[in-house]
Design a protein around this ligand. Sequence first.
Ligand code: NAG
Ligand code: NAG
Ligand code: NAG
Ligand code: NAG
Ligand code: NAG
Length: 583
Amino acid sequence: MHPHQLYLSLLLACMATFTYAIAGPIPIVSLEQLDPTLPPVLSGQNPTCSLVVLEQDFADTVGSPPASANYTEPRDCPFPWTRVVLELSISASDLQKDRVAAVWIDGSEVLRTATPRPMARGAFWRVHKDITRYAALLRHLSGGGSGAISMMLENSNDFFPGVFSANISLHFYRGALPTSPRHLAAGFAAHPTIEGLYHEPADLILPISNPNGYYRSGFWLRINNETHVESTSITIPKNTYRAVLEIFVSYHGDDEFWYTNPLHSAYLHQPPSNLSVPRANGAFRQVYATIDGRFVGGHIPFAVIYPSTINPYFWSPVAAIGAFDMPSYDLDLTPFLGFMLDGRPHDIGLGVRDAQPYWLVSANLHLWVDAWSDSVQAGLTEYIAPPIKMYRNAEWRDKDGESEIDAEGLLRFTGWVSSSKGNLTTQVRQKIKLKSQVEIHNRGSTTQIELQNKERMMVSIQKGHQPLGRVQLLMEAPLQVQTSMVSAAGGAAFQKSRLYHQLMEMVTLSEGQAMTTSTLTDRQDAEGSALTHDGEPVWGSGSTKSSYRYKDESTCYLRSVNTAGGVVMMDTKSASCLAVVDP
Ligand SMILES: *[C@@H]1O[C@H](CO)[C@@H](O)[C@H](O)[C@H]1NC(C)=O
Ligand SMILES: *[C@@H]1O[C@H](CO)[C@@H](O)[C@H](O)[C@H]1NC(C)=O
Ligand SMILES: *[C@@H]1O[C@H](CO)[C@@H](O)[C@H](O)[C@H]1NC(C)=O
Ligand SMILES: *[C@@H]1O[C@H](CO)[C@@H](O)[C@H](O)[C@H]1NC(C)=O
Ligand SMILES: *[C@@H]1O[C@H](CO)[C@@H](O)[C@H](O)[C@H]1NC(C)=O
């Protein structure tokens, strides 16, 4: 017997015991699932008022419309607010698979989240998200008006009995929040955003989502393939002087692991792991938008790893980077306002380049309006969007081989808007670079995946030749996964894997003489093994080191969490980074 097979049969023999231990009433794992990120509000600052807006159990909800509830704004905390924080608190009654969920306010998405994979009864977690940016959605409720909050979480009890119970609360803050620098207030640290330049949240937010969302399959739009664009017709006020489109995405079905896809694979349907989904179109995706059919910008999405991926034991009790609060992608559409200020409906389209079935997308159009004008004028002066330079190569001999993609793209859009603020010119510049390498060796049993996603983005505003403000974003997201696998008869497999994943973002904001820089480094290193049966994990172990560091001129926040075997081994927070030695 091959030594691996011996190991495998030993593990199989132990399987029942371990499965019982995981499912048993006495938890041997940490019940609280963690996402080590920057808290939206530092502890010790209490909200002026809090409101529970939705309480819902999600049992068998596949194909059901979202859960919705009406709520009224609390009279004792009127607009404006210094901060609004959404808190989503979920517990799982039993074992369950991981699911993707979302929360909408009046049809505008405010949160996309992946649930952990509950490995024990009573697993629970909380997601806190700064939603000050969406104040316009909450604000029109002032004066006793009401709004609807909706949540969708498609769960099934066919395989596992777990029911997810969710509570959504809104926390409103008024007055100064002294320990929070402006960047944090703008929600800067969480993920790429250009709102720092705009200081104030938008005056109006229009959803680019399914208008029948309350009744049918929810507000999100489904993208089935690379040519599929979902369009929504909208009319914007004639006095709009700025526009930012924020796109939310998640990937499902054949594209759940898009970031690991090689080009052409002879090892299609290689049982039993579907880590490298048997698709041959590589690991390049671009989420993009169109106005009346014209391309107006896009982003390569950050690879959020869902909790069943690679080794589910990596992601319990710590969430993968971005899993609890999935990043959204901002496109500054101000240069294109000239197309939309005629008071007529225009089509905003959303698509995903190289997509396979299927992606769930929705977007919010954030609009700033000029209260001093009934209408403003605008024009596009520069439109540079050459095709992405793409190098693709793959060589396979039987099950083994290598695949490589190099992609480089450049965009430049310039437009002017003449409003009561003067005739301002906005320029958006973006450079993207993606490199994907997949190597398969040892007759298909060893896989090595490397993805490097880099983006440089700049938005600048000028009045004549005088620069008024500029925001620059530098993003780098390297991912490495190594997996080796031994398969046995009967659908069992033993897999060892190792992962390194990081999100680095540096944002520089310049206004006049003032310049501020903030840096975020969110990193995870994990290794472990798993035994799967028909693709479902039945036993495993994993240890994950997570480190989240945010730094700007006045703040340094660091959180390090080490987990192993489902238990938190170390969890340190530092609001000054003093306790920490730089690597
Ligand atoms: C919310 O209020 C609207 C009317 O304002 C009503 O039609 C709808 O049924 C209410 N929804 C819920 C979930 O109570
Ligand atoms: C939701 O709130 C109720 C009280 O209103 C509480 O009993 C329950 O434990 C909460 N559930 C979660 C998941 O936080
Ligand atoms: C892409 O998806 C759309 C919408 O489902 C469908 O109409 C179209 O035929 C598909 N195109 C291809 C090439 O599969
Ligand atoms: C605003 O400035 C641009 C050049 O930057 C010019 O082409 C345009 O005509 C000006 N618009 C108005 C209304 O003055
Ligand atoms: C792997 O994927 C294929 C095609 O998507 C599917 O038919 C098969 O059941 C999957 N295998 C496992 C073990 O999940």
